[in-house]
Write a protein that binds this ligand. Structure first.
Ligand code: ADP
Ligand code: MG
Ligand code: MG
Length: 502
């Protein structure tokens, strides 16, 4: 089979048919809850919504690399669970005594709070992770491979809306057959995407492990969240399929509504009628950025939840495990072996084959710390700037420094802050790929050259040195205009997409 020609996408379609496709796409999105709250202040009970930004055609993605990404997810679930349970490793890499917590204030604050708590003894040994491993296709001459962008351990969003987007593209296929524009656009090339039930299965597993009748799951959310429907779909699934109720609260609300019992650190939340409800699981859709912690009160609330008996998704150590620095350290010799090949620690069933390790490593780009061997890390970053991106220990998009901007940035970066940054080789996605991007409001679909990023969701319930259960949990595609370096849908740079296997 000849390699897929990415420059031939999207297939040709007449203006009239494109208008019909767009009509069917946006009305589907509006009818099926593929939605955002509008920009600006909203009434307490919203009265209107807009469709999420979407692509008209799904992104072409080779079946081989898609299946590889799905296969890798189980290993990543186990790997990051074990990192989160390795206190010594996290202290060394992320801690505020010898690790990057010394120079990165936010990392240091989280780590210090966790250290204080564990010295007093933590009430809950289990952790829950809802993960998303992100990838881009990397093209070298005619060779295509799958390369990891990053691994997220906190607040991974768009699970629900990505399922809705895949369903939207499938519905376009059913209703219009995409006007026979491409032989690839047939139902059997649209893989299923059950991310809502998949992610909720993880939350329900934690709730079941907690095992108290009538307890609820707490979603810790940001005030004025526009991506609320993505979260609500998880709530509906929890209630309808698992009979589990959800309470949503911001850190500020929790500052006076969260109570922890003296006796055994049970977490209770005051409800409207003031009868407290017990919390089985705390699911963070906030707390990943310093912006969520404007004062010490929000940190105190986070630490209170951390010390409670509720199962946290994620715990502080699991959040720290998701740091870019950890991703870089994993590429150093022997580190992957520490977590995946130690039979004395994990037993004969708990170790992975050399082939599995090789497949993981093949999916990584080169990375190093800016503090590498004195000046060498910075020197290499300056010399190779045009092939690199620099990343700090931050989540949520908009924090990286790219290519031409690197030398100037290195000039301005105080040497003491270098350890908080990693350099990563740039992935080169196929050139010439285009799509029609549709945003609410304008009524236009804009054809532009794009890059599509695949995310694979997974979850893991673990503790006491063991992974209790873990699973792959669906996928996501975000497509951004080629000229924007960052890929955040929420920040307006990209659209939700799905994929067609080629
Ligand atoms: P965040 O945690 O803020 O999402 P990422 O590591 O995902 O940080 O970087 C944000 C975006 O930057 C990615 O979605 C991707 O578009 C781009 N990016 C990051 N790393 C690379 C890379 N090595 N090559 C090309 N693009 C990258
Ligand atoms: Mg990212
Ligand atoms: Mg991230």
């Amino acid at each position: 089979m000849p390699a897929f020609d990415f420059t031939q996408w999207p297939p040709f379609i007449s203006d009239k048919d494109r208008v019909t496709l767009q009509y069917r796409a946006t009305t589907y999105a509006l009818a099926h809850g593929l939605l955002y709250l509008p920009v600006g202040a909203q009434p307490p009970a919203p009265t209107s919504a807009i469709h999420a930004p979407i692509s008209l055609f799904p992104a072409p993605f080779p079946r081989v690399q898609f299946e590889q990404a799905q296969r890798l997810q189980s290993i990543y679930n186990v790997l990051y669970s074990r990192i989160a349970m390795d206190t010594e490793f996290l202290d060394q890499i992320m801690g505020a005594e010898v690790g990057i917590g010394r120079v990165d204030e936010f990392t240091g604050q989280l780590w210090s709070g966790w250290r204080d708590l564990r010295e007093k003894g933590l009430a809950q040994p289990l952790h829950l992770g809802l993960f998303r491993s992100d990838y881009l296709l990397h093209q070298r001459d005619s060779d295509l491979s799958l390369k990891q962008v990053e691994f997220n351990t906190i607040s991974s969003s768009f699970g629900a809306l990505s399922q809705k987007t895949a369903e939207m593209h499938r519905s376009l296929e059913t209703s219009t057959e995409f006007f026979h524009a491409s032989a690839h656009l047939t139902a059997d090339n649209f893989p299923p995407n059950q991310s809502i039930s998949g992610l909720v299965e993880g939350l329900a597993a934690a709730h079941a492990a907690y095992n108290v009748d009538g307890s609820r799951i707490l979603f810790v959310v940001q005030a004025n969240e526009r991506n609320i429907f993505d979260q609500l779909w998880l709530e509906y699934e929890l209630l309808e399929k698992h009979s589990i109720h959800v309470v949503r609260r911001t850190f500020d609300e929790l500052a006076h509504q969260a109570k922890i019992s003296q006796k055994d650190s049970t977490l209770f939340i005051e409800t409207l009628d003031r009868s407290p409800v017990e919390i089985s699981t705390v699911y963070y859709r906030s707390g990943y950025t310093p912006d969520d912690f404007p004062t010490s009160t929000q940190f105190q609330t986070r630490f209170n939840l951390e010390r409670s008996k509720a199962i946290k998704c994620p715990t502080i150590p699991l959040q720290l495990a998701g740091g870019k620095k950890v991703q870089q350290i994993l590429t150093e010799p022997g580190v992957l072996e520490r977590f995946l090949c130690d039979e004395s620690k994990y037993g004969p069933q708990g170790v992975f084959s050399t082939r599995a390790l090789a497949e993981l490593r093949e999916s990584w780009m080169g990375m190093w710390g800016l503090d590498l061997d004195g000046e060498i890390g910075v020197k290499q970053a300056r010399e190779r700037a045009l092939e690199l991106v620099l990343k700090p220990q931050r989540e949520g998009g908009g924090n990286n420094v790219y290519k031409e901007a690197i030398p100037g940035f290195l000039e301005s970066l105080p040497p003491g802050e270098r350890p908080a940054w990693i350099a990563m080789e740039l992935i080169s996605p196929p050139m010439g790929l285009k799509n029609y991007l549709v945003r609410a409001g304008s009524g236009a679909s804009i054809e532009t050259e794009v890059v599509s990023e695949l995310g694979i969701f997974g979850w893991s319930l673990f503790g006491g040195g063991k992974v209790i259960s873990e699973k792959e949990a669906g996928w996501l595609v975000r497509t951004k205009g080629k000229d924007s370096n960052e890929g955040g849908v929420a920040t307006g740079f990209s659209v939700l997409d799905s994929l067609v296997l080629v």
